[in-house]
Design a protein around this ligand. Structure first.
Ligand SMILES: [Ca+2]
Ligand SMILES: [Ca+2]
Ligand SMILES: [Ca+2]
Ligand SMILES: [Ca+2]
Length: 373
């Protein structure tokens, strides 16, 4: 367990008091104060139910932190990464230029990850929100390690404006629960000082599914990444790191199927699908977090009765999920007693309040043109 990095020893020797974060997959370090992103969508890539710090049977990104401290960019993601080689893909926009859409001429890291995500020559390629021009890419996946825990391999690559950056393996780390039940985390450490650690203990956060979900996680474990700023300032220009934005997403093992777990959230919905066709600009809200900017709060989730023409009804349903099930959502706070889809006794009572008045007309007008479920 490499709890004492050379950098920490140096701090101890020189007597600098401010505590540097320990890269161990636990975000209890004092630098992680205010979340920069919170999840708002259930996970459709499995809801982790294994409390074990190593193995996970699902992936989710519940809370995101992006902090610059002592010349290091820290990215902390509360959640879990399934130990089946599914991937966490991270994109950092920290300097002028970069790629708003992943090009087809990037370095080959992690079995051509960027090639899979990038333009195949037809003008496609993963697109970020408008104005987000990624400059650096980092990815990690994990899987079983000698029946003792997990091993994770990380890779990184420059995303230069016209492609052809440099990419490299960032090494491997392990998370093991030993015979005494103690968690031993050995972060990956690259030649240029990038560290990454995973602790998959979190079983809270969002549930499984595709609806809105705030998670409300009080857990502190997940994926922890530390990138020295000079790695991002590869030509030593002395970049002012005053506008650093990060997007992170769970992707399939081959980097080709984007889940519905993104930092910033997608406000409900299923997997985003084939990576080259994904355009985050078409998804409402920001699918990124920003250093120094607090998270947009998770929205209030409205729950009501979902009534079906055959007389069935589900209570405490979200509007979109009811619509997806081809039901009729009554309103926030309604129960199945409010279902009135029969309507034969009073077909013009559109809002179901047993009174025929202008409000029924307004309801019809307000929903005019909607496609019926
Ligand atoms: Ca830590
Ligand atoms: Ca950029
Ligand atoms: Ca969960
Ligand atoms: Ca967006």
């Amino acid at each position: 367990m490499s709890r004492f990095s050379p950098a920490l020893l140096t701090l101890a020797i020189t007597g600098v008091c401010s505590a540097q974060a320990l890269i161990d997959g636990t975000l209890s370090d004092e630098i992680y104060q205010t979340p920069n992103a919170v999840q708002n969508t259930s996970t459709s890539f499995g809801n982790n139910t294994l409390e074990d710090a190593a193995y996970a049977n699902g992936s989710e990104l519940d809370i995101g932190f992006a902090v610059i401290d002592q010349g290091i960019l820290h990215i902390g993601l509360v959640g879990s990464l399934e130990s089946n080689w599914n991937k966490l893909d991270v994109f950092i926009d920290c300097r002028e230029g970069g790629q708003q859409r992943i090009l087809g001429i990037n370095p080959d890291v992690d079995y051509n990850a960027l090639g899979v995500m990038g333009d195949d020559g037809s003008g496609n390629g993963l697109r970020f929100d408008p104005g987000f021009e990624a400059d650096y890419y980092l990815t990690v996946g994990c899987n079983n390690h000698e029946d003792m825990g997990i091993i994770y391999w990380a890779s990184g690559a420059q995303l230069k404006t016209n492609g052809d950056g440099t990419g490299m393996s960032l090494g491997f780390g392990t998370t093991i629960v030993n015979a005494k039940g103690e968690v031993e985390v050995t972060p990956s450490l690259s030649d240029d000082g990038i560290q990454l650690a995973i602790n998959n203990s979190a079983v809270g956060g969002v549930g499984g599914g595709t609806g809105l979900d705030c998670g409300d996680s009080l857990e502190q474990t997940g994926i922890e990444i530390a990138i020295p700023l000079w790695v991002l300032d590869w030509d030593f220009e002395g970049i002012p790191f005053d506008d650093v934005r990060i997007t992170a997403m769970i992707n399939s093992s081959g980097h080709d199927l984007v889940s519905n777990q993104l930092v910033g959230g997608i406000m409900g919905g299923g997997n985003l699908g084939y990576v080259r066709d994904v355009d985050l600009g078409l998804i409402p809200g920001d699918q990124f977090m920003k250093v120094g900017v607090a998270a947009t709060p998770c929205p209030e989730i409205l729950l009501g009765a979902c009534c079906f023409a055959n007389g069935e009804c589900w209570e405490t349903m979200q509007q979109q999920l009811c619509f997806d099930a081809r039901g009729h959502w009554m309103d926030d706070g309604t129960t199945c007693d409010d279902c009135n889809l029969g309507g034969d006794d009073c077909p013009t009572d559109a809002n179901g309040d047993d009174v025929i008045d202008v409000n029924d007309l307004l309801k019809v007008i307000s929903e005019f043109g909607n496609v019926c479920p």
